[in-house]
Every structure is written in C-alpha cells, then in structure tokens.
Design a binder for this molecule. Structure first.
Ligand SMILES: [Zn+2]
Length: 425
C-alpha cells in the first residue's frame, strides 16, 4: 500500500507500507501495478493515537457500548490502540474475561484492544486479583478504575506484585468519603446550583498517597484522569524528587470548566468533575511542562436513560473517543500552547510507553499504525453521528478545528473520510 502526498514532519512525502510495516518514506515513490493508493492530498500524517483509558462496557453492559461499537468509535477518532478498563459486568478480574475481551477485539479487527485487569477480586478492594493469569491472557495493566483502592496496604501489594510482572498500576485517585454524594466540583457553581460538591482534595489526598507509596517502595504508579491544580503541583514536585510517577488528563479538563454545569446538562457530569478555571490553567501548564504525560479520553459511554434523569442521579462520564483529537488540536495546538509534535507524544508515544505496547512511528521498519489529520478542517460536533453507542457529550454543537481523515492499523485502512472500512463484525 502507498500513501501519496502526505505531510510528514513538515515535508511532503509518500509512504510505502508492506506487510503492516513502513517500508519506505521518500519525497516521491512510484506506485507499483495493483498497489492500493491512499491520496492524502497534503493532509498531515502522524502515528495513530493510543488511548490508555477507555470503557468499552463489554461484557455485560453492552446497551451502553460494546467492543464492536467502541472499536468503530476508536478508529473514527484516530486510535490504533485502546486499553479498556475492567469495570464491566462481570468485572475483568480473571483470565477468562481478559481472554474474551482480547479475542473479541481481534474478531472485530479495527483498533487493537488491550484489556486492563482488576487490581482486586470483584473490584471489591479486599484481596488481589490473579494478576499473572490475567497478564498471560493479554492484560497490559491493572486498575480498579471507576473506584479507588481505599486500602493503602492493598495498593502497596498491588504495586509490588504488578512490578514483578512489569505491569503498570493505574490508579483512580479519589477519596470516597470526601467525594460521597457529590455531582460537581465543590466551589462557586456547586453553591449556585445547589448540587453537592466534590472537593479537589478528594482527588489530591489519593494522589499524595500514591506518590508516597511509590516513593517508599521505589516502584512506579500511573495516576488516572488528573483534574486539579493541587494534583498537578503534587506530581510536579514528586517528579522533581525522582519518584516514578506518570499522569494522564482528559480533553474535558482543559476544554471545559465547572461553569458548564450551570444549565444542569447531565452530559457535563463526570468523575472527577469539571473543575474551576484556575484548575484548567494548571492542567494546561502541566501538559506544557511535562508534569502530565498522557492525554486519554476516559471514554465513558452511557445509554440516554442513564443521563435523562435529575443531575444528582445521572451517571458520570462522557463519550470521548470521537472528539478527543479535535479538542486537543483546537484548545492546545491551534492556540499555540503546545506543538503538534508534543500532542503526538501525549496521545501516542507516552501512553504506549507507559503500557509497554507497540505504537506507530514515522520511520522505515515501524509498525504502520498511522493517522491522517486535516489540520484546517472546521467541523461541528454532532453526537448523533457518533459511531459510539454513547451520545453523551457536552461538546455537541461545538465547532472544532482539526479532523481525523483516515486511520491505518497495521497497514490496513480501518477508517476513511467518515466511513468505517468493511470487515468489522
Ligand atoms: Zn476513573
């Protein structure tokens, strides 16, 4: 296969792919007879994105999403790989469930699906799940995401045990009692709306605990969906001390803030909640200076019945795969806050390295996981056009800049110009 007329690191180039691997990148490559040609028409070529934090809801909650619909949403969003959290039904706490997810991801054959196994059996926070068995079945990390591991000693053992398997531990940082019953960020807008607040401290006390455990044990920990200024400061300080901590944030923590909850739109409800403008500014600084390593979607699709209820009863989360790149491009790159190269590190290289999984690079010999981006395209978010079953987005109707044009996974076009390529089951 040949990709013609792409912009590769600022220069026009053609890219030949053979057997799923980049064979050659050169200014002009002559096409062979019968070769499949994708004309990029000057669009920008990047390594395809890696989302290390999605919820595919499969098994058991497939009225919200399943591995097929989630995979379609992923390739439409430019992702060649996603890591899916284990809070399914049943939860992914054993090799049998891990195998099912892995097998189903392969069968669908769009994006690469990497299962994340539970830290604790039944995600109950009491005893460790069988980490080695899940790894043998294909799990790339462990997490009780959706819930914090409240018992610090159990988290300590998880870090120790996972390190023996060279697996990252992904921590959902939340102090449950502090956050209990809350729907929105604690502050001006919780007072204004009368909705119970979730204080920044509910995230930060857990961030501090994980950092202290990692420091004491000399082990690594990855912190999920960081949303507050205090968390950024704690992580920045820890990294300066040499603590092996990595962190992710999501587009909604820099593209939106807690003023959005004023209209009681339940699509603005997520956990952690949208934070203050001051927090947003701190998240952006953390992205700029490397305190934040990765941008993930925390793709959390829900059925409309989970959202068409009173705000305090609505489910937490947004459908994020299909707006992630455009939100990052619009709010970070177009504004000049970071370069496209830095965004590529945040969306591809760093998350893949944290998970120790392969990822695309723009060089001969690299796996051909690629995305073509139209940097000048302006488009309006339409939730009804999502491939995801989850239409829950607070960005519906927003005009964004930067659009995914095509996604190539191991040398095969999986998505192009609004359409999923045939073959998805
Ligand atoms: Zn979480």
């Amino acid at each position: 296969m040949l990709i013609k007329n792409a912009m590769v690191q600022g220069k026009q180039a053609d890219v030949r792919i053979e057997k799923g691997v980049i064979a050659e990148i050169a200014p002009a490559i002559k096409e062979l007879t019968g070769e499949e040609v994708l004309d990029a028409c000057g669009k920008t070529l990047l390594p395809a994105f890696v989302d290390m934090h999605v919820h595919l809801r499969d098994p058991g909650l497939t009225y919200k999403e399943d591995i097929a619909s989630g995979s379609r949403a992923a390739v439409a969003g430019g992702f060649s790989a996603v890591a899916c959290m284990p809070n399914t039904s049943p939860v992914n706490d054993c090799a049998a469930i891990t195998s099912y997810i892995k097998m189903r991801g392969k069968e669908v054959g769009l994006t690469k699906v990497y299962p994340v196994g539970c830290i604790s059996k039944g995600m109950k926070g009491e005893e460790l799940a069988g980490i080695g068995g899940m790894q043998a079945a294909g799990a790339v990390a462990v997490s009780d995401d959706g819930k914090p591991v409240e018992n610090a000693n159990l988290m300590r053992h998880a870090m120790e045990y996972a390190s023996d398997f060279d697996m990252p531990v992904l921590s959902h940082c939340e102090d449950k009692p502090l956050a209990e019953g809350g729907s929105v960020n604690e502050g001006y807008y919780s007072t204004l709306t009368g909705l119970k607040g979730i204080p920044a401290a509910s995230e930060e006390v857990m961030v501090a605990r994980e950092i202290l455990l990692a420091q004491t044990l000399g082990l690594s920990v990855h912190l999920c969906h960081i949303s507050t200024k205090g968390s950024v400061e704690l992580i920045r300080h820890a990294k300066a001390q040499g603590v092996r901590v990595t962190a992710e944030t999501c587009p909604h923590y820099f593209a939106a803030d807690d003023s959005w909850v004023e209209g009681f739109d339940t699509n603005t409800k997520m956990n952690p909640p949208l934070r203050s403008k001051e927090d947003v500014a701190a998240i952006i600084r953390g992205i700029q200076d490397g305190t934040i390593d990765a941008i993930v979607t925390d793709h959390a699709p829900h059925h409309q019945d989970d959202k068409l209820v009173e705000y305090h009863l609505a489910a937490f989360g947004i459908s994020g795969l299909e707006t992630s790149f455009a939100l990052c491009y619009t709010y970070l790159v177009k504004t000049g806050l970071i370069t496209l190269e830095r965004l590529s590190e945040l969306m591809t290289k760093n998350p893949a390295e944290i998970l120790r999984i392969p990822y695309g690079r723009l060089e001969a010999g690299a796996v051909a996981d690629l995305v073509l981006i139209d940097e000048s395209a302006e488009w309006q978010v339409d939730k009804n056009a999502f491939f995801s079953k989850g239409k829950n987005t607070p960005f519906h109707g927003k005009t964004l800049t930067g659009k995914v044009y095509a996604t190539v996974v191991e040398g095969e076009i999986k998505y192009q110009n609004g359409k999923i390529t045939e073959g998805a089951k």
